[in-house]
Ligand binder design. Structure first.
Ligand code: G4P
Length: 530
């Protein structure tokens, strides 16, 4: 047990999730501003610049104008040490996002006030609920015409199945956005656009008891509407309950405008008080306590080619317990090796800072010579345990991939294997042959483009891809089954993964049902494990 409880307890590690364009990047930038991590004057130049500042690791991002990679940011604010895990918003990269959520202790969900709950939010949300990750909702863009506030809350409750508890309450929206009502302090904070490079807002704080001042500032109509809504709210909304929030049962809701920097600090302050310190994690030997236990971590993300000049590969780890000391030896459990982690670093935008120490709750990136896989555990040499694996999501699109130039076989296999280790794609082989032909499975079709692009650019291998009609994959759970005698439908395909585990590919649900009917006792599973 270390004496670094204080360091660990000041850490807050959360992921920020949203449907693309809801304002995640803008909000993140404003957070950093409060931590003094960036110089705002030079940074608020619009989306293009903001995006590049945060994650500009792949050319393809620029070409497609979407954020492919996840980035990690750390800053200090109000005595807390904050780790933000940014998540790619595009649906094709959801698997990466799921993994990022595994490394977070809570999630901030950004919703566009004029759009409400959108497809991607819904998906991400399910993962949070599944894992009981506390969720904090920031309803953004109140400076634009917004949907009715009660309907927005209703939508979150109905669509996402979680109770809501507004911490503040908006008064008007768009051109008539007057500010927010702070329910705890029972005062109104008037709206001010403070985006122009300053974090000090020119807002006025008016206790609701001072009715005449309130009328003067927001007008009679908004005042009486607010009073009505306060009554309604106090009667109808779920009560603030920290236990429920931390169990992921109740989401505190905040209103604001990231662009004009209104309500951002309010959110940050309250959020930091409500969210948790680094949480214990489940391993095969039981729960590992972040403070009581020596250093341990798990790999949740692997990323190659983060910097063209380096042509390297970085494994991102979430430290789950204790203190990481860059000089000390650690054990890579799955590889069975004791080693020093090479070039441990904190990755901040495209800058890297070599670290000497880090604590539970922190995310570190280490140079990976190709030994780590997603889900791997790192602990002290004297210890032996594994964190629960990260489930791999069943790919839904498949293609047969071959290299064009047969002389480049070696590079092709190396490239495709490394990309698979990073978790961007999954690779499979024909059942009875070797790696002559590789079958690639992806969750989102854009990954096929990423694969082609990366093989060409990083490994100098041109490939040819033939799409396959399969849409469903199932791992065979039975250990004792005779696969040659397995009878399925004519369009079913037997393949195996790189570990030799047998799998079946199906064109549709019907074939899965038929195959189960025809083979008594057959157990098929949708999830593999890393
Ligand atoms: P994302 O990361 O969730 O995809 O969203 P991002 O922050 O990039 O924001 C998407 C767009 O919404 C941006 O405009 C951004 O300026 C705008 N935006 C973010 N927060 C607010 C807000 O509180 N109010 C208003 N009115 N707009 C907001 P864009 O036109 O796509 O880009 P640009 O104008 O920044 O170049």
């Amino acid at each position: 047990m270390g004496n670094y409880a204080e360091e660990i307890n000041k850490r807050r590690t959360f992921a920020i999730i949203s449907h693309p364009d809801a304002g995640k990047t803008t909000l993140t930038e404003k957070f950093l501003l409060y931590g003094g991590a960036i110089n705002l004057a030079g940074s608020v130049k619009g989306k293009a610049t903001a995006r590049h500042a945060v994650s500009d690791w792949m050319e393809i991002e620029k070409e497609r104008g979407i954020s492919v990679t996840s980035s990690v940011l750390q800053f200090e604010y109000g005595g807390y040490c904050i780790n933000i895990l940014d998540t790619p918003g595009h649906q094709d990269f959801s698997e990466d996002t799921y993994r990022t959520l595994m490394a977070a202790d809570s999630a901030v969900m950004v919703i566009d006030a004029s759009k409400g709950v959108e497809a991607q939010t819904r998906k991400l949300f399910k993962v949070c609920v599944m894992r009981h990750i506390p969720i904090f909702t920031f309803i953004n863009k109140m400076d634009r015409d917004a949907n009715d506030t009660f309907s927005l809350l209703d939508e979150i409750e109905k669509e996402l199945g979680i109770a809501t508890c507004p911490v503040n309450w908006p008064i008007g929206s768009g051109r008539n956005f007057k500010g927010v009502y702070d329910r705890e302090e029972r005062c109104v904070i008037t709206y001010a656009d403070t985006q122009k490079g300053t974090k000090e807002g020119h807002t006025t704080v008016i206790p609701v008891s001072d009715e005449s001042l309130l009328t003067e500032n927001i007008g009679e109509d908004f005042k009486s509407q607010l009073f009505d809504e306060i009554d309604l709210l106090d009667g109808a909304s779920a009560e603030y309950d920290l236990d429920r929030i931390q169990a992921g049962d109740l989401t505190p809701v905040f209103f604001g405008s990231a662009l004009t920097n209104f309500g951002v600090e309010f959110f940050l302050k309250h959020f930091l008080q409500m969210t948790t310190t680094p949480l214990p994690r489940k391993a095969d030997i039981g729960m590992i306590d972040p403070v009581e236990h020596d250093f341990s971590a798990f790999v949740f993300k692997i990323q190659a080619n983060m910097n063209k000049a380096h042509r390297d590969r970085v494994a991102f780890m979430r430290i789950c317990s204790g203190r990481f000391d860059a000089g000390a030896e650690v054990k890579h459990v799955q590889g069975g090796k004791v080693m020093r982690l090479s070039q441990p670093q904190q990755i901040m935008a495209d800058e890297r800072k070599i670290l000497n120490e880090a604590y539970a709750g922190d995310i570190i990136g280490v140079f990976d010579p190709g030994i780590f896989s997603i889900g791997d555990t790192i602990c002290m040499p004297k210890e032996q345990f594994e964190y629960e694996g990260i489930p791999t999501f069943a790919p839904e699109h498949f293609a047969r991939v071959k290299q064009v130039d047969t002389m480049k076989r070696k590079q092709f296999v190396k490239g495709i294997t490394q990309i698979a280790q990073e978790g961007a794609i999954q690779i499979f082989q024909e059942f009875n042959t070797g790696m002559e032909e590789i079958i690639v499975g992806v969750v989102g079709v854009l990954q096929f483009d990423v694969l082609k692009y990366r093989l060409e650019n990083e490994y100098n291998v041109e490939i040819r891809m033939e799409n396959l009609p399969y849409e469903h994959i199932r791992w065979i759970e039975n250990k004792d089954i005779d696969l040659d005698r397995l009878t399925g439908t004519s369009d079913m395909k037997k393949i195996r993964d790189l570990k030799g585990n047998p799998l079946l590919l199906f064109v549709n649900q019907w074939s899965i049902g038929m195959t189960l009917d025809r083979n008594e006792g057959l157990i098929l599973s949708e999830f593999g494990r890393n």
